[in-house]
Design a protein around this ligand. Structure first.
Ligand SMILES: *Cc1c(COP(=O)(O)O)cnc(C)c1O
Length: 371
């Protein structure tokens, strides 16, 4: 960048923010390597795309782009309320759940406040704390996952909000009912707990603690979910948050009036009606997960057991080189850290069978070359 002109004017906490690094887009790799076959396993997207019903529903709305969308998201909220067995007053919608995660910080925390989250948690939590000028308190992970007991201990009088991801991205780890219940009981009633369940549809472990079951007992709990992953609508940006009507009301006050565009509302509402698509997505994910774990076992590679649609595999200090070599083979995966032991891992999203095979063949080839 050229000499900064406004570094004295920009808020210092904004100046310190490191820009979120998204997964490499397919078109970028195509430009760089002139590759024909590319498998993008970098952003935990749905490899099946989205439900054909959604595509049809959007197509029939293409003549209605001249008017503003319904700012109250009436039909989508109603559909969600029915689906979740909740009242519409308990639901807020976001331009992706990402926006809701940040709105929670904007509504409840500011300069001088603390926001608690785990080491190796979703990068957006630290960014959201920085955006509002709050102090981010990162609690060391345990076995790559959230150490909920330590997180409860990290709460002080200055803590306004805690972010939790269950399952967590990028590690794929999850926490069970006992650990969760111990935690939420210990959290002071005035501290907002944002439980990010972006991957809840993929979870197979019966000990998983579903946040919705705890909303009635804990008015300080907000559960966020998304249409970006199992519903396959990442491009359209729709997420939702469920909580106590008063807390949801505060989120809605700072929401931009038209944050969910019309096509996104129609798409999400239709996507909810196609649970068969979600089921197919989850089944494909389970098959892919099993074949990747088997492959890692065969190759003697360590991995972090995952409840999401992705898995982290340990490649040691040469992980960045392996990543580059995978790119040269047309496989995009995700480096998860720049330094420390976690940088020895790469995160691989579960794709279609042929994409998973592309990855496995490429990795086998790369590792046999360096052996
Ligand atoms: C993908 C993801 C989200 C969802 O992001 P959207 O903004 O809804 O697309 C939220 N939290 C975690 C942990 C994620 O991995």
């Amino acid at each position: 960048m050229s000499n900064p002109l406004f570094s004295d004017q920009v808020l210092s906490h904004v100046n310190r923010i490191e820009v979120y690094q998204p997964g490499k887009p397919i078109s970028e790799l195509q430009r760089e390597h002139n590759l024909f076959r590319i498998s993008k396993l970098a952003s935990n997207e749905n490899p099946l795309g989205s439900s054909p019903k959604v595509v049809k529903a959007i197509q029939s709305e293409l003549m209605n782009l001249g008017r503003y969308p319904d700012g109250n998201n009436y039909y989508l909220k109603q559909a969600l309320a029915d689906f979740l067995q909740r009242d519409v007053s308990q639901i807020a919608l976001g331009n992706g759940s990402n926006e809701l995660l940040e709105m929670a910080a904007r509504a409840f925390a500011g300069s001088g406040d603390e926001i608690v989250y785990s080491q190796y948690a979703f990068a957006v939590y630290a960014i959201s704390a920085q955006v509002v000028g709050a102090t981010g308190v990162e609690v060391p992970a345990k076995d790559w996952g959230h150490d909920l007991a330590a997180m409860a201990d990290a709460i002080t009088e200055r803590t306004k909000l805690v972010y939790l991801a269950n399952p967590n991205n990028p590690t794929g780890t999850f926490f069970g009912k006992t650990e969760w219940e111990d935690f939420i009981q210990k959290v002071p009633k005035h501290v907002i707990v944002v439980l990010d369940e972006a991957y809840t549809e993929y979870v197979t472990d019966p000990d998983y603690a579903d946040g919705l079951d705890y909303l009635d007992a804990y008015p300080n709990l907000l559960v966020s979910r998304t249409f970006s992953k199992a519903y396959g609508l990442a491009a359209l940006r729709v997420g939702y948050m469920v909580g106590h009507p008063e807390v949801i009301g505060y989120i809605n006050r700072i929401r931009e009036p038209f944050n969910i565009n019309h096509l996104a509302q129609v798409a999400a509402q239709t996507a909810l009606t196609d649970q068969a698509f979600v089921k197919k997505t989850v089944e494909l994910n389970q098959q892919g997960m099993v074949s990747l774990m088997r492959f890692f076992d065969d190759m003697d590679l360590e991995y972090i057991p995952s409840q999401g649609n992705f898995i982290c595999v340990r490649l040691g200090e040469s992980a960045p080189q392996v990543n580059q070599a995978l790119l040269a083979e047309g496989v995009i995966v995700r480096p998860v850290a720049k330094q420390g032991t976690f940088a020895e891992f790469l995160r691989v999203s579960i794709g279609l069978q042929k994409e998973n095979s592309h990855f496995m063949d490429a990795l086998r080839k790369i590792l046999s070359r360096s052996a």
